[in-house]
Ligand binder design. Structure first.
Ligand code: HEC
Ligand code: HEC
Ligand code: HEC
Ligand code: HEC
Ligand code: HEC
Length: 175
């Protein structure tokens, strides 16, 4: 990131604050910060629009982790085969899916949303507080391919915490 951009200055200020607070673990973890993945093609062109809007399958059917854990996760192939054992079995992409399932070889979905490891985040806490998926992920139910609706940068998290009167102390997200 170019240090002369406004974001560069913001980062310098953040690092100064982190140093002042002695967040050494955070600084160390930052060195391992992977770059955030950009939207890209998937190995099998799975469409949220088709499944969530046209076929009205609920998000939680495929991402049950959101209710009880930090991670939403992606569904195992058995979830897909539960339907595609009968539905459009001769579609070329479903034959590809079936091949993966029969070989016990997971599909390597390209990850789109990823926080650096030094950020603490849990799905279940947000879902139980009634925060809708769309406030962070946008209108997924109308996307054929998942895109980042929000950058998931610190300002995005903190702004909502301020609006919702939730704590935005550093240690909440950097433990
Ligand atoms: C039929 C199963 C299914 C349903 C229903 C479903 N998803 Fe997904 N979801 C997947 C699969 C498979 C992936 C990984 C492939 C991809 O990114 O398109 C995924 C990926 C995602 C991702 C991106 C993960 C990443 O890489 O960052 C988000 C966000 C997401 N789903 C949200 C939702 C929301 C919100 C709903 C409800 C509107 C929903 N999903 C409904 C199967 C499903
Ligand atoms: C609850 C049932 C159900 C589940 C679970 C399900 N699908 Fe589907 N899927 C459908 C239906 C229904 C269609 C539309 C069939 C048609 O067009 O006639 C479809 C269509 C598709 C298509 C065809 C291309 C398109 O977008 O129209 C692909 C590829 C696909 N599904 C992949 C998946 C994958 C991958 C999973 C698991 C992550 C999955 N499906 C889980 C019911 C399901
Ligand atoms: C408060 C914001 C927020 C809400 C609300 C939210 N998510 Fe997420 N989601 C994220 C963030 C941040 C990540 C990246 C997490 C990481 O890298 O640790 C993520 C990642 C994901 C992923 C990728 C796999 C994973 O577990 O990291 C899926 C799938 C997903 N979310 C689905 C959903 C669904 C479905 C809902 C609603 C039931 C939802 N999310 C609600 C912020 C949110
Ligand atoms: C759209 C609003 C919204 C966004 C965006 C949001 N949050 Fe939250 N967050 C909440 C709400 C509401 C709660 C309160 C949950 C509760 O009452 O238990 C919360 C709670 C939390 C907690 C638990 C706080 C505690 O007291 O233990 C953490 C950690 C957290 N959020 C991290 C994040 C991170 C990291 C991001 C950005 C990736 C983020 N949040 C984005 C609304 C949001
Ligand atoms: C609600 C969650 C949340 C809170 C509260 C929060 N952060 Fe962050 N912070 C994040 C997220 C998410 C990232 C990673 C994305 C980014 O770099 O913006 C991050 C990144 C950072 C970084 C690395 C910035 C970079 O990219 O160079 C520093 C340093 C930091 N935070 C310090 C702090 C300090 C100091 C506080 C308290 C004043 C604080 N954070 C409060 C969520 C939060």
């Amino acid at each position: 990131m170019n240090q002369s951009t406004p974001r560069g200055h913001r980062r310098e200020a953040l690092w100064a604050a982190a140093a002042a607070l002695g967040l050494a673990a955070l600084a160390a973890a930052y060195l391992a910060y992977p770059s955030i993945a950009l939207p890209s093609a998937q190995p099998i062109p799975f469409s949220h629009r088709v499944h969530a809007t046209v076929k009205k399958i609920s998000c939680v059917y495929c991402h049950p982790g959101v209710l009880t854990t930090a991670r939403a996760g992606v569904p195992p192939l058995s979830t897909c085969i539960h339907c595609h054992d009968r539905i459009i079995t001769h579609h070329p992409e479903i034959e590809k899916l079936r091949g993966h399932y029969d070989r016990g070889e997971p599909v390597a979905w390209t990850r789109i949303h990823a926080l650096p490891e030094f950020v603490y985040f849990t799905h279940s806490q947000h879902i139980h507080a009634g925060v809708d998926c769309g406030r962070c992920h946008g209108d997924v139910a109308h996307m054929d391919r998942i895109e980042l609706a929000h950058d998931l940068l610190m300002g995005f998290c903190v702004q909502c915490h301020r609006d919702e009167k939730v704590s935005h102390d550093c240690w909440i997200c950097h433990r």
